[in-house]
Design a protein around this ligand. Structure first.
Ligand code: GLV
Ligand code: MN
Ligand code: MN
Length: 428
């Protein structure tokens, strides 16, 4: 190879980054990355990933929850093979105006690991799953893809409707899938689940570290609260006769922030966080007193009892604010997901792999939700984090460093080898 050819050679990390950026352009919106559950750009993502998987010799299917799944079997004779396969993957849906790496990087790197595994003599197959939904943007409920794979998809969810009035059942059918077959999405026997993901926070960067080994994922509650007052004329209704739903919601939102801040200063759970990230105002006109306001609540904590108590306190607060203002308040609980530890054995093999690849194995909890959170309830799971430059995520400025991506690939390769050696020892 000439020197100029060597210097222009694209590294596998650079190729993975370019692929994530290419997928980011498959979007519902021009110039921004927004890709909600089973919207039309998802078909483009599937076509792209299907081509990639087939080129790697994988057999590809799409299950009824819209998860794209590729199965690779090693060349070892079936008698040498272990039953069950290792599942790798992450999600391909995004928040509105997202970055290019949340979720997708984990799918792209899973395919890189399959490519690496082809020159190893692994005793197990690898299934790569591009989960269809993790963010909960379209229907307010997250982890739809991994719920189906973990056998935890509640059919009652199919009745939920998106902002355009399309039910989940219709969304699945419109994508050419059959919700009646959701049970078939459940994973059979699996050795484990491994997800690579960006940290989405500032910890690794602050400590100058490329990689983190996830010990567990914090629990989260999501609710929707609707304050209903009386819409009326902004010019003629005296202040003391108003039933302003937005003023009630605003009072409650500041209480949400104050409660989370109090926790942050206490020793009970300084890691508790609470967010009101979504609001819908009716009729939403400058000269009309707001009659109805719907807001979201997302509250997370490592400690389930602390999370549950904080949620109850805030919902009571919403009811009492509404009562004092003579309006009504309706609460819809959308999700309770307890905190989940990662599997000790797999996590210890992953820590070894990270160290063997020349990096400290910084163990850390995840504040963000991940597919591993749902998978871990059925299948032993482990997660590897990559540094998020600037701690930025859920934002177009989200990025990764090429060296960190290379480090993650190396650690992933060594992890697969260690899982293989560990299982061989166990079965001999
Ligand atoms: C997903 O990214 C979440 O943590 O909400
Ligand atoms: Mn996300
Ligand atoms: Mn994610």
């Amino acid at each position: 190879m000439t020197q100029s050819a060597a210097t222009t050679e694209v590294t596998r990390a650079a190729a993975a980054i370019a692929e994530c950026r290419l997928i980011a352009d498959m979007s519902e919106e021009l110039g921004r990355t927004t890709r909600r559950f089973l919207t039309s750009p998802v078909a483009q993502v599937h076509a792209h990933l299907r081509r990639r998987m087939e080129a790697l010799g994988m057999s590809v299917t799409v299950d009824a929850a819209g998860n794209l799944r590729g199965l690779w079997q090693p060349t070892s004779t079936p008698r040498q093979r272990l039953s069950g396969r290792l599942i790798l993957g992450s999600h391909t849906d995004t928040v509105p105006d997202a970055g290019a790496f949340d979720g997708v990087l984990g799918v792209v790197l899973a395919l890189q690991l399959v490519e690496s595994a082809q020159s190893e003599s692994l005793a197990f197959g690898i299934e790569v799953i591009a989960f269809s939904e993790e963010e909960g943007v379209r229907f307010g409920v997250p982890f739809l893809g991994s719920r189906a794979v973990a056998g935890r998809f509640d059919p009652a969810l199919l009745a939920l409707r998106d902002a355009d009035g399309v039910s989940m059942d219709e969304a699945i059918r419109n994508f050419g899938l059959n919700p009646g077959e959701l049970d078939n999405a459940t994973a059979g026997e699996a050795i484990g689940f491994f997800e690579i993901h960006i940290e989405q926070g500032p910890v690794l960067e602050a400590e100058g570290l490329a990689l983190g080994v996830v010990t567990g994922i914090v629990g989260q509650t999501r609710c929707e609260i609707t304050f209903s007052g009386q819409a009326n004329h902004a010019g003629t209704t005296p202040m003391h006769l108003r039933q302003d739903a937005l003023a009630a919601a605003a009072e409650w939102i500041t209480a949400v922030e104050a409660t989370a801040r109090q926790h942050a200063q206490s020793s009970v759970d300084p890691g508790l966080v609470a967010t009101v990230g979504k609001m819908n105002i009716e009729p939403n006109a400058g000269n009309v007193i707001p009659g109805k306001v719907r807001v979201s609540l997302d509250l997370r904590s490592e400690r389930d009892s602390v999370r549950e108590a904080a949620v109850e306190e805030l919902l009571d607060r919403a009811r009492s604010i509404a009562e004092r203002r003579r309006i009504s308040c309706e609460i819809r609980r959308q999700m309770e997901q307890p905190s989940v530890p990662m599997d000790e054995q797999l996590t210890s093999l992953l820590s070894d792999a990270v160290e063997a690849s020349g990096f400290p194995a910084r163990r850390m909890p995840s504040g963000a939700g991940h597919d591993a959170m749902v998978m871990a309830t059925r299948i032993p799971s482990a997660m590897l984090f990559l540094r998020s430059p600037g701690g930025v995520s859920h934002h177009p400025a989200e990025t990764v460093l090429e060296d960190d991506v290379e480090a993650a690939i190396k650690a992933g390769e060594l992890f697969l080898r260690r899982v293989n050696d560990h299982l061989r020892i166990q079965t001999n």
